[in-house]
Design a protein. Structure first.
Length: 419
C-alpha cells in the first residue's frame, strides 16, 4: 500500500527530527490539534496504524473503537500528508487549534520564584519531593515518607503516609502515572496539605480516622520528561528499540494483561509492555500495595481528563464485580457531591462501559489481585477545552471538587460498612 509506505517514510523522517531535538524542549509552535470522528472499521485501522508509528503525531486519546472521537496533535511538517490521508479515507476532522503552543502558553503564569511551593502553578518532581520533605519535617508526628524503589532512570519513587492513630483503615492513592496529566499530582498535593491543615470538621474527620498512602508521582521518569522535553509524553521511559520508548504504565499491571484496549507496538501510547509488570515502576507500586492491602479498603488512581469516576473492570467482555451495585452507589454519591461545588458533571460507571475497553489497569489489579474492595479511577477536568494542559488557575477548584468526592466516597463507604 503506497499510503502506508509513504506514512512510514515520513514517520522515519519525523522520528529522526524528534531524536535530533531530544536535547532541548519540544516547542509546539504551529502544531495543530484535530478532533477526529471515527466512523468505520477502515478509519479505525488507519488511525491505529498512524498511532503506532514513531511519526511525531501525538494521540491524546487512543483510537479504541468506532463511533468515538479522538484528539490528535499534528506537527506542522505532517499537515499536508495528514490531509491527504484523511481525504483518501473520508475521515471527518475538526481543527481545534492551529497552534498548540498558544494554549501551552496559557497553562502556566509567569513563575513567582520567591513564593515557594503553592497551587497557582505546576511543579517539577524535585519541587514536589522537596515540599514533601518540608511537610514531613513540620508534621513528623503524623506524616512520613518512604522510598518504595527506583525508576528505570534511577529516580526515587516516594509514598507519603499520613496516620494520626493506630488501627485506622487505609486509603491508597496514586497520581500522575500518566506523565502528561499534571493536574493529578497538583491536586493530590493540595489535598494532602488540606488533610494536614484544614479546620473543616469533615476534613479533620477523614484525615484523622484513616491512614492515607499517597504516591504523588507514580511515573517520575515520564513526569520529568514532560518538564524537560515533551509536554505531552504519557508513558514510562524504558527503551524498546531504536525509535520507541516507554510502556503505558496503566496497561502494564498483571491482571487480564493485554486483553483489550492495548497495543503490542512499542511506539504506541498504549503499549502494554513486553510482559505484565515489565516496568520497574509497576513492580515497585504493586509490591508496596500488597504490603498494605489487608487494611486498605479504598484505592484511588487519579488521572485526567474527561470528568469520569470509573471502577472495575476495563478489559474485554469483563463481568461486573461481586460488589458492582456498591461501587456504583459510592461513585454516584461522589459525583453528586462534586457537582454541587462548581457544577462540573462527572460520569460514573465501569471503565469498559463508560469510557472504553482498557486492560492491565491499576484499578482492576487493585480490586481483583490486591483484594481492595472499592477501587476507582478519577478522570479529572476538563471535558475538552484545555484537556491535559489545564490552566494552573484551575488547580485549586479542581482539587476542592476532588476533596468533596473523597469525603462523599468515604461517607457512603461507611454507610455500606466498608470502612
Ligand atoms: Zn491517565
Amino acid at each position: 500500500m503506497a499510503t502506508v509506505q509513504r506514512v512510514l517514510a515520513l514517520a522515519l523522517v519525523s522520528a529522526l527530527t524528534l531524536i535530533a531535538c531530544a536535547q532541548g524542549k519540544l516547542s509546539y509552535e504551529n502544531y495543530a490539534v484535530y478532533k477526529i470522528d471515527i466512523g468505520s472499521i477502515d478509519q479505525l485501522e488507519v488511525l491505529q496504524h498512524l498511532e503506532s508509528l514513531p511519526n511525531g503525531y501525538t494521540f491524546l486519546d487512543y483510537p479504541a473503537r468506532v463511533n468515538m472521537s479522538v484528539e490528535v496533535v499534528v506537527p506542522p511538517g505532517q499537515l499536508t500528508n495528514m490531509e491527504r490521508l484523511f481525504r483518501k479515507h473520508e475521515i471527518q476532522s475538526t481543527l481545534l487549534t492551529s497552534n498548540l503552543q498558544q494554549i501551552l502558553n496559557k497553562e502556566r503564569p509567569t513563575r513567582k520564584m520567591a513564593e515557594g511551593f503553592g497551587w497557582d502553578d505546576y511543579h517539577t518532581l524535585e519541587e514536589i519531593y522537596a515540599w514533601i520533605d518540608e511537610m514531613v519535617a513540620q508534621y513528623g508526628s503524623v506524616l512520613s515518607v518512604q522510598t518504595i524503589g527506583q525508576t528505570y532512570e534511577k529516580r526515587d519513587m516516594k509514598v507519603v503516609k499520613l496516620s494520626y492513630k493506630e488501627g485506622n483503615k487505609g486509603i491508597f492513592i496514586d497520581a500522575n502515572i500518566h506523565a502528561r496529566e499534571w493536574i493529578t499530582s497538583a491536586t493530590v498535593t493540595w489535598i494532602l496539605n488540606e488533610l494536614l491543615t484544614s479546620e473543616d470538621a469533615r476534613v479533620r474527620y477523614i484525615a484523622e480516622n484513616y491512614d492515607w498512602y499517597i504516591v504523588p508521582v507514580a511515573n517520575p521518569d515520564g513526569f520529568a520528561y514532560t518538564h524537560t522535553t515533551e509536554r505531552l509524553w504519557r508513558k514510562t521511559r524504558s527503551q524498546h528499540n531504536l525509535l520507541c520508548y516507554g510502556t503505558d504504565p496503566n496497561r502494564n499491571f498483571n491482571h487480564q494483561w493485554n486483553n483489550g484496549g492495548t497495543s503490542v507496538t512499542p511506539c504506541s501510547d498504549t503499549y502494554a509492555g513486553p510482559e505484565p509488570e515489565s516496568e520497574i515502576e509497576i513492580v515497585n507500586l504493586t509490591t508496596f500495595v500488597r504490603s498494605i492491602a489487608p487494611t486498605v479498603k479504598l484505592a484511588l488512581s487519579i488521572h485526567s481528563r474527561g470528568q469520569y469516576i470509573l471502577f472495575p473492570f476495563g478489559y474485554n467482555n469483563a463481568p461486573h464485580t461481586y460488589n458492582h451495585q456498591d461501587l456504583l452507589q459510592v461513585g454516584q454519591r461522589a459525583s453528586v457531591d462534586m457537582y454541587k461545588l462548581y457544577n462540573k458533571p462527572y460520569r460514573v460507571g465501569t471503565t469498559a462501559e463508560v469510557l472504553y475497553v482498557a486492560s492491565g489497569i491499576s484499578v482492576d489489579w487493585a480490586h481483583a489481585v490486591a483484594g481492595i474492595p472499592l477501587s476507582y479511577t478519577y478522570e479529572l477536568r476538563d471535558q475538552g477545552e484545555f484537556g491535559f494542559i489545564l490552566p494552573a488557575d484551575q488547580i485549586v477548584p479542581n482539587a476542592e471538587e476532588l476533596l468533596e468526592g473523597f469525603i462523599a466516597m468515604i461517607d457512603e463507604a461507611q454507610i455500606l460498612n466498608y470502612m
